[in-house]
Ligand binder design. Structure first.
Ligand code: OSB
Ligand code: MG
Length: 370
């Protein structure tokens, strides 16, 4: 088999409800879909970089640029088709993990489809269903947030993550705890605090949070370690964990007790598995974070989350929580007891709806070997 073609599309999809983090409020999402084609089979990957460099320095445009001008030409020049080879060869380039992950994911899907196995089987996953969770953005009022949580609980979600920022934290947790004393609840700051907020943050210990995610900016492993020494709530790192190396450093520094793995943030499945395995060996539980993915990225997350050390509920929700019309069929749904089934068909195990992609596409390009 030789790769015949790689296709890249830039999509815009509106959210069913706005999503607000400490970075700001978003009403839709811009992202890339990659297709790797060989022998009549198409593998799909998603680049989770956003339109603006807020969560990370990557954007959909930087990803388009490095994929078009460096990553895709290298794959054709070296005639690479195995995703593990692609991961290794792309290592010559620095950074741009979301761009490289999108390409690697398309090749994993292609490989699994050609072998006739599901991705989770290819990865050695051990679960047939994974625990869903829902991440709820900042709302206009605490009452609105409490009401929204109620709606998600009615749908079957058993774990809720809220976004916090200075001015939307302790009092919000109080309102939620009054309404739902036993809810599995965690909070994510996306790096909105500094060490000067230590005393304020320790007030969060009163709310039995499952974890507190990314309190300080990404490069701040040391301050997370100092906070973890003085706060009871387990800290979890998201933005800070960019590779197995930073994961090892965070664990040695005791900067967190839990790790959020996102395949885009760490640059692919090979690196995500390294982090998973390292954490497993160090007795650090992991869970799968989300980037508001379309059905393609969501499918990849579901298969990854089937690995054994993914033990906390994930930021993986039903398709309809994000988009009115997902780009895969069947859309992802949750069961009454808050689970999402791992598809057992080949590859990502869901059908990609090319007509829906086309409707949402603003730019499309086909790449072929020279
Ligand atoms: O920090 O986990 C985050 C979405 C976009 C960027 C960063 C984050 C998030 C979420 C949403 O929390 C998770 C999801 O996809 O449901
Ligand atoms: Mg996060």
């Amino acid at each position: 088999m030789s790769l015949e073609r790689i296709e890249m599309s830039l999509l815009h999809l509106p959210f069913v409800h706005h999503f607000e983090t400490s970075f700001g409020r978003e009403y839709d999402r811009t992202f890339l879909i990659l297709r790797a084609c060989a022998d009549g089979v198409t593998g799909y990957g998603e680049v989770v970089a956003a339109a603006a460099p807020l969560y990370s320095y990557e954007t959909t445009e930087t990803a388009w640029h490095v994929l078009q001008d460096f990553f895709i030409p290298l794959v054709f020049k070296k005639n690479l088709k195995d995703p593990a080879d692609v991961a290794r060869e792309l290592n010559r380039y620095r950074g741009h993990p979301m761009a490289r992950a999108g390409l690697e994911l398309a090749l994993w899907d292609l490989k699994a489809k050609k072998e006739g196995v599901s991705l989770s089987r290819l990865y050695g996953g051990t679960r047939s269903a994974i625990e869903a969770g829902v991440s709820i953005g900042v709302q206009d009022t605490p009452e609105e947030l409490v009401e929204r949580i109620g709606l998600f609980l009615d749908e079957g979600y058993r774990r809720v993550k809220i976004k916090i920022k200075p001015g939307w934290d302790v009092r919000i947790c109080e309102s939620i705890r009054t309404a739902y004393p036993h809810l599995l609840l965690q909070a994510d700051a996306n790096g909105a605090y500094t060490m000067a907020d230590g005393d304020h943050l320790r007030q969060l210990d009163a709310f039995s949070l499952l974890m507190l995610e990314q309190v300080f900016p990404p490069y701040d492993l040391l301050d997370h370690s100092r906070l973890q020494e003085t706060i009871k709530t387990p800290l979890c790192l998201d933005e800070s964990i960019t590779s197995a190396t930073t994961a090892r450093q965070a664990l040695e520094l005791k900067s967190c007790r839990i790790v959020n793995i996102k395949v885009g943030r760490v640059g692919g499945i090979v690196e995500a598995r390294r982090i998973h395995d390292l954490c497993e060996a160090e007795n650090i539980p992991v869970w799968c974070g989300g980037m508001l993915e379309s059905g393609v990225g969501r499918a990849h997350n579901v298969h990854l989350a089937a690995l054994p050390n993914f033990v906390f509920p994930h930021d993986i929700s039903a398709s309809r929580r994000y988009y009115r019309e997902d780009i895969v069929e069947p859309p992802f749904d949750i069961t009454e007891n808050g689970m999402i089934s791992v598809p057992d068909g080949p590859g990502i195990g869901v059908e990609v709806l090319e007509d829906r992609i086309q409707k949402a596409t603003h730019r499309h390009q086909v790449f072929k070997p020279a």
